[in-house]
Every structure is written in C-alpha cells, then in structure tokens.
Ligand binder design. Structure first.
Ligand code: GAP
Length: 514
C-alpha cells in the first residue's frame, strides 16, 4: 500500500511537471480542492468528453444533448431535495481540530477488513501454488471466515444507520470500532452533524431585491427542467435520453486524493426517460452499456467492478457505481441510478406545470421514469492517468517514464522530428506537420538529441513519433516509432495518415461499442 501511495505521489507530480494538472491559484498558495488543467490536461480531458459525447449522441439515435446554464431558479433545488437533504454527516476530532465525513471513516474501516482477507489469500496462494482454489479457501479458512463475519456485521450496522439517517449510531460505530483521527491519533470525537454541500451566492443587487441562488451540485436538474422543451421541440418518443456535460460544484469537506474529490468539477450525465415498469430492464441495459464503454479503452478489465448501493436514496429503486482500481483502492467513477419518476413529479408539483408524456402506443399519459448515468470527467481523467503511468526499466539499463494512454485520448497524436537541424530536414519535417495537423494534434520538435525527444513524447503519452532523416529526402520515407513497443519501422510519407488514423481516432473506440 505504501508503495502504491508512492506511485500516486509520482503521478501527481508528473501531472504537474508535464502540463496536465496544476493546483488552482498556485502563486497565491493554492485553493484547496480546486485544480486547473494545463496544455496537455485540457486535450486529454476534451478527448474523454468527446468519446463520451459521441458514444451517447452518435451511437444512439434517441439520445440528444443540451447545455443548460449553471445558475437555475432556486426552487429547482428545493424541488430536487438538495436544499433539505444534500448533506454529508460530519464529525470533528477535538484534538486535531480536523473534520471528517463519518461515513468515509467507517468505509475506510470496512476496507481494512477486505485488505486483511486479501492478505490471507495472497499468503495462501504463495503456499499452495497452482493447486490453490480461492473460492474454497474463502469459504473454509477459519481466519478468513472470522474476518468476513466481522466485516459483514459492521457493514450491516453501518448500512442501517445510514438508511435510518441515525447520526448518534454513526458516532457510536466510530467509537465502538475504536477509529482514531489519523492526525492526532486520538478518539476524542464530537457529535455527528449534517452539513449541506451546495455553494450559494446572491443574484441581483440588494436595492432591487436579491435572491439566493446555488451553484449547481449536479448537471442532472438542468436536464429535468428542460425535459418538456426537448421532448416537444425534438418530437422525441419514449424511450429517449438527454445528455449533458458541464461543471458542478460541491462544498466538499473531505477533499483529498488530488482531482478525485474536488469542489469544482465536471460531470457527464445522461437521463434516459422510459415507460413506468420498464425501468429495471433499462437499468440493467445501461449498466452493461456503460461498462462496455469503459472497457473499450483497454485499461484492463480487472480494474472495474460494480458496487451496488446499500443506501438507496428515497426516490431510487436501484443504484450502482462503476468503481475503478486507483492506486488508493477501488473508487467510484460513475453512478447508474434508477430514479423512478421522482424528479419530474417534483418539478411538476413545485412549478405547477404539467410534465407528462402522452404515449401513443398505450394511448395514455404518464410521468416518465428515469435511468441516469452520471460520470465525473475528472475521475475518469484520473483513472486514465493512473493506469497509464509506468516507470519502465529498459534493456540498456535506463528507465523511461511512459504514459500508455489509449491512443484516441492522447493529447498529442504524433510528433515530427528532423534528425538534425540542417540539410533541409527541418523544412521536410514542417511539410509533414503542415499536412497532418489538419487531422491530428501534431507537434514539431527539433531540440535536443533524438533520444531525449522520444522520452519527452513518451512522458506525455504521444502514440507516434515520426523522424525525418537524410534518406527521407531521397525516397520520401520516414521512421515511425511506436510509443509502447518502441518499435521503429520505415514507412512512406503517403501512408502516414492512414497508419495514424487507424490507431488514434475516437471512431476506432466507438466501433468497439456498436
Ligand atoms: N446526478 C447524480 C449525481 O450527481 P453523484 O454520484 O453524486 O451522482 C456522479 O455524482 C459522479 O460525479 C460521481 O460518480 C463522480 O465521478 C463525480 N463526482 C461527484 N462528486 C465529485 C467531486 N467532489 N469531485 C469530482 N468528481 C465528483
């Protein structure tokens, strides 16, 4: 684990050193849990968004996109339940004066049991070698059974406390489990209390009468309140979906792990409107569809798992997370929720406007049910970055840092390099750049030795380097170097476009999905 933490620290500094992610307001000592994306980060982020947007709107003829405003009428947040119930249970340690989420402290405790079980399994696997049967070991080994029982008991108690919104019980669990503050090491805890996560601001001048508005904590409500507009103007028939990408804001108290939990972040959300009664089939379908979208990136199928919710929001009848294995454990990247007709019904009630769908096949009107898929762009970015980072030992004894980014997501697709800065090679290289740049993000680089230039591109995950040498002037061929294998081949300039396109286009990912 300590080793994984070291790797994570290296990834964070790599992200800064190579222009992916900077601390916001750094020259003023930073603003906690707010980050800026640099010259490479913004490209990677845009490519992730493009992949999601196209997968939603190009591959599904019944999904359209919108871009709603961040500011919305404050009653929307009353209707959605965010004003009254968008809270985190917080607890303070009196000695360190540090504040924690009570549920997170308990979840971390649960994860310790899982880690203990995994350790036992790893030991046994080493002992028994090929003959090891994990399933049998889990169900028969006395030590593993004992840990699993303790874990399940704690889990059941925690789930009940969360479901009952029982803050005293949450505190009692923390006391009974002897959870200590990581800073002070003491168990001197305050009561648990609820804290609303929405940021507020004032709209309009006080003289005119101002009103309190909120920075949206999710993009979803912008979709719900535009449901009628889109359905009518787009003549959409159920089932259909509305997709949106945009910023969201939450006053997170526990802001840790770099861009994993931010106060300003970006979401890609899609609300899919269906007939009442069909929602659980659609929930299943969207679970599968979304997992396929993730796996098509090739980051490793074993890095994903579903985590079904113990605590369902009062309006949901099913919910799951897609978790990704980060260096700090399996963590939620995306949520898939069956939200019933809660949101549309609430907006109907609070706005007084009829929000219904007339189903011509059933010849009846109803409030549609909704399946939501909601993924954080920044968490997706982090999962791509973490799983791509490698410090690779080379045969010649050197080490290179390489980002094995999925080629369609890479900020730069190819770098063109004249072997030397003379003899007409730079001019020839520029000619190639001027041709490729219309279709691919292309760099020109002539500084330093060719080896150093390759390393620079490896570090930002550029899939291809194209080297122009004296032979190029004679026969119009170049050296094409591939990032992961470092293999070099001699190819004709005329073939470059197709060779690169086949590997780096977002289309190549989308085709895996349909
Ligand atoms: N509309 C449903 C919704 O917002 P959520 O589970 O609260 O559901 C969805 O958030 C996704 O948004 C999460 O899976 C995560 O990827 C991302 N997300 C939520 N809070 C975040 C934060 N503070 N920082 C970064 N990403 C966050």
């Amino acid at each position: 684990m300590a080793q994984q933490e070291d790797v994570f620290k290296k990834i964070v500094s790599h992200a800064k050193e190579y222009g992916f992610v900077f601390q916001s307001s750094e020259i003023y000592d930073g603003l906690a849990a707010v980050y800026d994306y640099g010259q490479n980060g913004v490209e990677l982020k845009n490519n992730i968004k493009r992949y999601w947007w196209d997968a939603m709107t190009l591959l599904n003829e019944n999904i359209v996109g919108i871009d709603s405003a961040i500011f919305m009428h404050p009653t929307i947040w009353k209707a959605s339940g965010h004003v009254d119930a968008f809270n985190d249970p917080l607890i303070d340690n009196r000695d360190s004066k540090k504040r924690y989420r009570a549920d997170v402290l308990i979840e971390e405790e649960l994860a310790k049991f899982d880690a203990k079980i995994e350790k036992e399994i790893a030991k046994a696997r080493k002992r028994f070698g090929d003959a090891f049967d994990e399933q049998q070991f889990r169900t028969t080994n006395a030590r593993v059974i004992e840990i699993a029982e303790k874990r399940d008991a704690l889990h059941a108690r925690f789930a009940k406390a969360m479901n009952d919104n029982n803050l005293e019980e949450l505190r009692q669990i923390i006391i009974d489990q002897e959870i200590v503050c990581p800073i002070s090491g003491t168990r001197n805890w305050t009561d648990v209390r609820q804290f609303n996560l929405m940021f507020r601001t004032e709209m309009g001048s006080t003289a005119d009468g101002s009103m309190t508005v909120y920075l949206r904590p999710e993009t979803a409500q912008g979709i719900f309140v535009n449901y009628l507009n889109v359905q009518k103007t787009g003549r959409m028939r159920i089932p259909f979906g509305i997709a949106q990408i945009g910023k969201a804001f939450r006053n997170e108290i526990v802001a840790r792990q770099f861009i994993f939990r931010m106060r300003e972040f970006e979401q890609m959300e899609m609300q899919f409107f269906v007939r009442p009664g069909s929602e659980l089939q659609w929930f299943q379908k969207w679970k599968e569809t979304r997992l396929r979208w993730h796996k098509a990136l090739g980051l490793g199928d074993a890095k994903y798992r579903f985590h079904d919710h113990d605590k369902l929001a009062h309006y949901a009848n099913a919910a799951t997370d897609i978790e990704f294995e980060m260096p700090f454990g399996f963590k939620e990247v995306e949520g898939i929720h069956s939200r019933t007709n809660f949101d549309l019904s609430q907006h109907e009630k609070f706005s007084g406007k009829k929000i219904q769908y007339f189903d011509p096949e059933l010849n009846e009107s109803y409030t549609p049910y909704v399946i939501e898929t909601s993924i954080g762009v920044d968490r997706m970015f982090l999962s791509v970055l973490c799983s791509s980072y490698e410090e690779q030992a080379l045969e010649n004894g050197e080490t290179r840092v390489v980002l094995h980014l999925p080629a369609p997501l890479a900020p730069t697709k190819c770098a063109v390099m004249p072997l030397v800065r003379k003899d007409g090679l730079p001019e020839k290289a520029r000619e190639i750049v001027n041709d490729l740049k219309f279709d691919f993000a292309t760099h020109y680089d002539e500084k330093d030795s060719i080896g150093k230039r390759y390393r620079r591109q490896d570090a930002i995950g550029t899939p291809f380097c194209i080297t122009v040498d004296h032979q190029t002037l004679e026969d119009n061929t170049v050296t094409l170097r591939e990032r992961d294998s470092m293999q070099q081949s001699r190819v004709n300039i005329a073939d470059l476009h197709k060779l690169i396109h086949d590997r780096v286009s977002i289309n190549s990912l989308l085709r895996k999905l349909s």
